[in-house]
Design a binder for this molecule. Structure first.
Ligand code: HPA
Length: 281
């Protein structure tokens, strides 16, 4: 049996985590939600909450970034059964890609029918301003690995999953409609994932823009790969927290990024609540 710190958790570990959560009163969510850096306040709108610390969940990694809070919250959002992760895991924290994405396996194991993700990202498209939102239309994986390497979990998905449309068209249409109703402008674009934890040099931003990315961040792509592997439809929204113009690059700091995320978060919350209200159940 793999031990609890296995870097390649498998079906047994997923089942143990799912069984534990069910025993603690977590019900099958219609929507699973992963909240990014500085974007955890959507959980304030979840009713009939069951709150579980990550450290109590078997085989869950424990978030090492102090501003990520590390709680799984189940309940209803606008009457829709949801499970939200307040705080996620990043490669730069030192975990394997399989460990980072283990929670997504567990969310699907609980019965989630769709996955929504948010993140803080640097805007490289010159039309993007601090505090804007971008719906992910596609991504580029520049992380140094992939969560599907190693033995394939055949019971969960295929060895070579299709990635021709990693973000679900129907969910994206719903999000764009919700943004319109809430009067929130929404860009669409390509997200590139890098390892971090340092931010990019001017030459790197120039390179990332040339290869076709509109925004850059350190998360989301591993989770989206695993969701696609399991046939779990997903959608993701970036909050643009800094403007990455290589010809006029200002030093950024993480406090500033979190502050901008906190201000823009209101828009994200309005959109997500609207999406839930219009969701078919
Ligand atoms: N680069 C990488 N990750 C980020 C950035 C950035 O500029 N801003 C927020 N997350």
């Amino acid at each position: 049996m793999a031990n609890s710190k296995s870097e390649h958790p498998g079906i047994e570990e997923i089942t143990a985590a799912v069984d534990f959560l069910v025993s603690r009163g977590v019900e099958a969510p219609v929507a699973a939600i992963v909240l990014g850096t500085g974007l955890g306040r959507l959980v304030d709108y979840i009713e009939d909450k069951v709150v579980i610390e990550y450290e109590d969940i078997p085989h869950f990694p424990v978030s090492t970034v102090e501003f990520h809070s590390g709680k799984l919250i189940s309940g209803t959002l606008e009457s829709v059964p949801v499970v939200a992760m307040q705080g996620r895991f990043h490669y730069y924290e030192g975990y394997s890609f399989q460990r980072i994405t283990f929670p997504v396996r567990v969310l699907k194991g609980l019965g989630a029918q769709q996955l929504f993700l948010s993140n803080a990202a640097g805007g490289m498209n010159p039309a993007f301003k601090k505090g804007d939102l971008m719906l992910l239309d596609d991504h580029i994986n520049l992380l140094p690995g992939n969560p599907l390497t190693g033995k394939n979990l055949d019971a969960l998905g295929p060895r070579f999953p299709d990635m021709s449309a990693p973000y679900d068209a129907a969910l994206n249409t719903q999000i764009l409609a919700a943004a319109k109703k809430e009067n929130v402008p929404m860009h669409k674009g390509v997200y590139v994932a890098v390892s971090g934890p340092c931010l990019e040099t001017r030459a790197e931003y120039r390179f990332l823009r040339i290869i076709g990315a509109d925004a850059v961040g350190m998360s989301t792509v591993p989770e989206v790969i695993v969701a696609n592997h399991m046939g779990l439809p997903c959608a993701a929204i970036s909050v643009i927290t800094d403007e990455c113009d290589p010809e006029n690059l200002q030093p950024v700091n993480i406090e500033e990024i979190i502050k901008v995320a906190g201000v823009a978060e209101e828009k994200l919350i309005a959109i997500m609540r609207n999406v839930m209200r219009t969701m078919e159940r």
